[in-house]
Design a protein around this ligand. Structure first.
Ligand SMILES: Cc1ncc(COP(=O)(O)O)c(C=O)c1O
Length: 377
């Protein structure tokens, strides 16, 4: 047996990380476990209740025989499948280990010390982490009624602004802005500013005035759209995201990304998933129906629900008394249900609930009713 290695003396500080890094509060994922090994109803990470497409599972399993080989460093099959699905040039698609990787690579490629990266008040927290880890300064634009305010973003632009990150729809609010507003944002930003449209929930949105950003990317040299396979395609565990970019930006990302950043099982399963359009459509239909039911049923209990177009809702609780968000969270957990605390997003009085299966949604509604004393449950 090897002898245990003794640890280094703690009074030697060791190498200092780059500026900004120690200002980062590490991302805290949605909780997934309950004490006592109880299998929870987990509605804390905006995952799909349907799991992956059976075709994606089959492709994943088939990839197992070749795990000794390096994957295709260009993720060609996946980029081509995405290109076919949306009518895009695969050369302008870059894949990443989740859209998180692409957001980080964009920050590292276009931001540095002295620069500013902008995002909105309750914007997705990975933006802040990506900006700080690039040594740049995060700047936050206020939202209006939990919704992106284009004028407020434009008012925060300075000569140092280099990147604007916009989640549309946003997580954790579930709100969105229409394509005219996105165009107005792009038109109001200086040409040197990269606009990153994070459309992680685009597949769920059924609004006539919504566009994920494909046309803007196609027609401007400074806009990128990011997408994910973690939500409607049910492949969060495999870590697959993609960015549609102007050619020059795709070239930049291809220089900085890891040479084999997409695993072979991810490439195969992702390509199969995006080809299974029927599977994704069924998930979108389920979500649309249950988003409406969950929002209205929770509303009837007397809790405000922010109107959402995504696969989750933000539920508001009283700031004090017996029915706070923290108390609700504890109560729901005692009934085996995990939602998401969102204090880290500046929303301490809210919980975010992912739209789940019919049974899971009904369980949450019943548990909230019991928590509020509105039923005998
Ligand atoms: C707005 C937004 N962008 C990006 C992501 C990251 O997704 P991925 O799993 O592709 O890294 C998420 C995941 O929760 C998200 O909510």
């Amino acid at each position: 047996m090897e002898k245990p290695v003794s640890s280094a003396p703690s009074d030697i500080p060791g190498p200092a990380p780059n500026a900004g890094i120690l200002a980062i509060e590490a991302y805290v994922p949605g909780e997934s476990k309950l004490p006592g090994g109880v299998k929870p109803i987990k509605l804390s990470s905006n995952e799909t209740p349907f799991g992956p497409s059976p075709k994606a599972i089959e492709a994943y399993k088939a990839a197992a025989a070749n795990l000794h080989l390096y994957p295709d460093g260009q993720a060609t099959a996946l980029r081509q499948a995405i290109g076919r699905r949306y009518g895009l040039d695969p050369a302008r698609i870059v894949c990443g280990a989740g859209s998180d990787e692409l957001l980080t690579l964009l920050a590292h490629s276009y931001l540095g010390p002295g620069d500013e990266g902008l995002y909105t008040e309750h914007g997705f927290l990975v933006y802040r982490i990506a900006i700080l880890s690039a040594g740049a300064s995060p700047v936050v634009a206020p939202e209006r009624n939990l919704k992106t305010d284009v004028d407020a973003i434009l008012a925060k632009v300075t000569p140092r602004t280099k990147v604007v990150f916009l989640a549309n729809p946003n997580n954790p609010t579930g709100t969105y802005i229409g394509i005219e507003e996105v165009r107005r944002l792009r038109a109001g930003l200086p040409a040197r500013v990269l606009l990153v449209l994070d459309a992680a929930y685009a597949e769920y949105v059924s609004r006539n005035d919504y566009e994920a950003g494909i046309e803007l990317v196609a027609t401007t040299p400074n806009t990128v759209m990011t997408r994910t396979f973690s939500k409607i395609h049910g492949l969060a565990a495999l870590r697959i995201g993609w960015a549609y970019c102007p050619s020059r930006i795709a070239d930049v990302l291809n220089r900085v990304r890891g040479p084999f950043n997409m695993s072979a099982p991810a490439i195969a399963a992702g390509a199969a998933a995006i080809e299974d359009a029927k599977f994704a459509e069924a998930a979108a239909r389920h979500n649309e129906a249950w988003l409406a039911i969950v929002s209205s049923e929770i509303g009837k209990l007397g809790l405000a629900v922010t109107p959402s177009v995504a696969n989750f809702v933000l539920v508001h609780f009283p700031a004090s008394g017996a029915h706070t968000a923290a108390a609700a969270d504890d109560y729901l957990k005692s009934r085996g249900i995990i939602l998401r605390r969102v204090s880290g997003y500046g929303l301490p009085d809210c919980l975010r609930m992912t739209i789940g299966s019919e049974a899971d949604n009904r369980a949450v509604i019943a548990a909230l009713a019991a928590f509020l004393g509105k039923t005998g449950a």
